[in-house]
Write a protein that binds this ligand. Structure first.
Ligand code: G1P
Ligand code: ZN
Length: 539
């Protein structure tokens, strides 16, 4: 039986750069999730011909939300839903399953790298048939629906068992519970030389993978331990938990602390990787060595020939404006296409769809390639393992060799969190106003060569997007300012700072960037406006 439930709008359901992300307690309000799902379905024509994938990273409220999706989809006459067994699917695997089966979209229940649990965050990533996040026009249409919604449809029936592979019906809708791992694993086997990685991992080479109690645990155990022969116990925090075991599942130097401590101790294995809650972000570490994500993109791109799927050539590479220029040096040397885009994976998708790029990445621990339309932490890990297997170099040697060839872009991101929205907006607006007047100014020895907003003209849909303010210095250094699109409390000001050098390759980034960080605060008048002398988080 279909219930038509009367409801009233929640006015905060605007999607950010990665879907809708909210405090769990907000998402759990009466009708909140239902309203949002109905709003999505209201924007999609001919639902009786449409099939979608549903799954998530295992966080709190996913199990309830997945049941709601099934019942709302069925009440709206959706043709078919594929649901990951136990409600699980990683973001990269979801993109592959969607593309492989020519589905019309997917709903991945995840707040990505944000903490989970009743006091944590909940989120929905909605991807369309492209295999990646929906277009701004689609999210705008959904937002419009959320503002006027008066009712939603839901099938009144008991919950379904999602713990076994199989097919059943809810009203006219077919529900297929699928293995969320098998297709993705085959995909990885088609890209990388598993034999050479297996040789490395069974030769005494010591590797650990930290799944941070997110969704990549089962993927990683199957790939690294079962197929590639790494010893049992290689995968740490390998069981998806509703609250990530209290971890903040963001693979960076702050939140993956126990892994970082291990890698800086005298018990450090040769190589470590960590993934975030839904498996699209990655952090790469060597013995007493951290690979900055911007360098990661540059180094992978520089080594593309070592990977079977890419050895015949790659189209080009793209990075978000906030990411350092390290990969630009590589693209110029390799004479491949190079693009700088606003933050948000959707910009990369257009470049992939038109064969302009093969690789792309962001400073926020995201790297990926055109075999899917999302970033992919396990892919990045397998890529690094391949480089090690073929070059027999340590992570540090690989990075240092790279810097010797191209120079080093020291890089840090400063986040100023929970700033009142109006103050953050005014800070950005005032800074933008004064950009033209900054050219030629010298602060702490850094001379500004030009300053401008990033304006990106999308080559596919001919739209122009403004995202971030960029200050260039005469010595190749840069500062980029932008407001986060994924925060859940107030506004987060992100300031991205990079300094380019061709000598002094092995210094501490904090020391190398101290003056430039100070310069970034002076230019935007951050302490006076935000009451913060220092950033809340430095990554
Ligand atoms: C953050 C990252 C951005 C990434 C997004 C989704 O967005 O900075 O690179 O694409 O998460 O993972 P932000 O909060 O900066 O808008
Ligand atoms: Zn993520």
């Amino acid at each position: 039986m279909i219930d038509i439930v009367k409801t009233s709008p929640y006015l905060d359901q605007k999607m950010g750069t990665a879907g809708l992300r909210k405090k769990t307690s907000i998402a759990m309000q009466k009708n909140y999730f239902e309203n949002f799902m109905q709003s999505i379905f209201n924007t999609i024509p001919e639902l009786s011909k449409k099939s979608f994938l549903v799954g998530g990273d295992g966080r709190y409220y996913n199990a309830i939300a997945i049941q709601k999706i099934i019942k709302i989809a069925a009440a709206n006459g959706v043709k078919k839903l594929y649901v990951g067994k136990d409600g699980l699917v990683s973001t990269p695997a979801s993109s592959h399953i969607l593309l492989k089966n020519h589905l019309d979209g997917s709903f991945v229940l995840s707040a990505s790298h944000n903490p989970g649990g009743i006091d944590g965050d909940f989120g929905i990533k909605y991807a369309n048939a492209s295999g990646g996040q929906c277009q701004p026009s689609e999210s705008a249409a959904i937002f419009e629906q959320t503002k006027t919604i008066t009712e939603y449809k839901i099938v009144d029936c008991p919950d379904f068992d999602l713990s076994e592979i199989g097919t059943f019906k809810c009203n006219q809708t077919e529900i297929e519970v699928i293995d969320p791992y098998v297709d993705y694993i085959q995909l990885m086997q088609s890209i990388f030389d598993f034999n050479s990685i297996k040789k490395l991992l069974t030769s005494g080479f010591r590797f650990v993978f930290d799944a941070m109690n997110g969704v990549t645990g089962p993927y990683a155990k199957k790939i690294f331990e079962e197929i590639l022969g790494a010893p049992k116990g290689t995968v740490l925090n390998g069981k998806p938990l509703e609250d990530f075991g209290g971890l903040h599942p963001d693979p960076n130097l702050i939140y993956a602390k126990s892994l970082v401590d291990l890698m800086y101790s005298d018990k450090a294995p040769d190589f470590a990787a960590a993934n975030d809650g839904d498996g699209d972000r990655n952090m790469i570490l060597g013995k007493q060595f951290f690979v900055c994500p911007s360098d990661c993109l540059a180094i992978l791109t520089n080594n593309y020939k070592l990977i079977p799927a890419y050895k015949n050539g790659i189209f080009g590479v793209a990075k978000s404006a906030a990411t350092s220029l390290a990969v630009k040096h590589v693209a110029e040397a390799l004479k491949i296409g190079y693009y700088e885009v606003p933050t948000g994976w959707k910009y990369f998708i257009h470049l992939m769809d038109t064969n302009r790029i093969t690789f792309c990445g962001e400073e926020s621990f995201g790297t990926g390639a055109s075999y899917i339309r999302e970033k992919d932490g396990i892919w990045a890990t397998l890529f690094w393992l391949s480089i090690i297997a073929k070059t027999h170099k340590s992570i540090k040697e690989i990075a240092v060799t790279h810097w010797q060839q191209y120079g080093r872009n020291y890089y840090l991101r400063n986040d100023y969190e929970a700033i009142p929205q109006d103050i953050a907006d005014k800070l950005m607006a005032d800074l933008e106003q004064k950009l033209p007047a900054l050219t030629g100014k010298t602060l702490k020895g850094y001379t500004i060569s030009k300053a401008h907003p990033l304006i990106y003209n999308d080559p596919v849909d001919n739209t122009s997007t403004k995202n971030g303010l960029i200050i260039h210095f005469t010595n190749g250094s840069r500062i980029v300012y932008r407001l986060s699109g994924t925060g859940t409390i107030g506004a987060t000001l992100r300031v991205y700072i990079e300094r380019y050098v061709t000598d002094k390759l092995l210094e501490d980034p904090q020391t190398m960037l101290k003056d430039l960080e100070e310069v970034s605060r002076i230019i935007a008048d951050i302490p006076a406006r935000t009451n913060k002398e220092k950033p809340d988080i430095i990554t």
